[in-house]
Structure formats: C-alpha cells, structure tokens
Design a protein around this ligand. Sequence first.
Ligand code: 5GP
Length: 172
Amino acid sequence: GVVISGPSGVGKGTIIKAVLLARPDFELSISYCTRKPREYEKEGVDYFFSSSSSFKKMVASHQFIEWAEVHENCYGTPVSVMDKIEKGQKILFEVDVQGAKKLIALFAEKNTPLLSIFLTPPSAEILSTRLVGRGTENSDSMSIRLKNANKEMEDSTTFNEVIVNDRIDETV
Ligand code: 5GP
C-alpha cells in the first residue's frame, strides 16, 4: 500500500486523482466520514457519508483499522481494505497525519510493506491561499484547518518521503 498525507488544502485530492489515472493497478481506500458531503462529492466515491451515531457503532464493533477526529469530524478507514491487501490488491490511502501514523504502525506490525508520503505546501501562505481558493470551507472550518496545518507539518518526519507540492505534474 501507499499512504499519502499532509495538511488540508495541500492538494492531496488533486494529486491522488492524477496518480490513480496513471496507475490503474492502485485502488483508493474509501473512508467513512461524518462530515456533510460537498456539492461535487459522491457517496461511495469520495466517502461513505455517515451520521455520528452510525459512525460510533462502527467504531464500537471494530470496523475501522484506524479512525480519527479531524477538524471536528470523524473519519475512518474500513477493515475491509486489509482483505484486499492480503489478496494482493495495491491500495492508496489518503488520511490525516494521525491516521497515517496508525497505518504505518499497523503495517509494520503485520510485516506488510507501506510507502508513506507526506505532501507539504511550498509555504504557509500558499496553503492558506489554496484553501481560500478552493472555496469549500466557511471561516470557522478554515481557521481550524489552518491551525491544524501547523501541527501536522511537525509530524512529517515519520514518513518515508516528504514531497513539496509545488508543480502538480512533478509531484504526480
Ligand atoms: P476533508 O474533510 O477535507 O475531506 O478531509 C479532512 C482530512 O481528513 C484530510 O486530511 C483527509 O486526509 C483526512 N481523512 C480522510 N479520510 C480519513 C480516514 O479514513 N482516516 C483519517 N485518519 N483521516 C482521514
């Protein structure tokens, strides 16, 4: 598997779409989340959108290999991906830094190879500009995401590779 992480607004979504087009042998792990879908997002494609109560039930019944509260919503990776990995399917994970750390530990425990990639913005200013430009967040959500970005940047040392996402084609 490959796990890609990095702060909100760094361009993970854009990079992953392009990587999946170039590498059809990889399948994206679709997470569950309690956030409301954005206008362009599709159920079962971007996420499985869940209520807080059904998410909690899934946590209690061990249906996630990792889950985290990110920017005041819950996100989780379903256990079903591990069956796919055991069958030889290559999986791409897009999770926050907490989730990436858990996946790195879990894969190490299972002796299963996992490449971990941390995407960083060229600068804090550019990250902020991109997040504003994306136009998906209200001001509360924006400030939470920017505050968390500073924390997330400090964790980049846990990853195999750190890539500065300056030019999309080069990053891909
Ligand atoms: P967004 O709300 O922008 O789609 O995602 C917010 C953050 O949650 C992003 O950093 C994204 O990588 C992360 N995320 C998405 N799915 C998961 C997951 O299953 N587990 C964890 N830990 N983080 C996730």
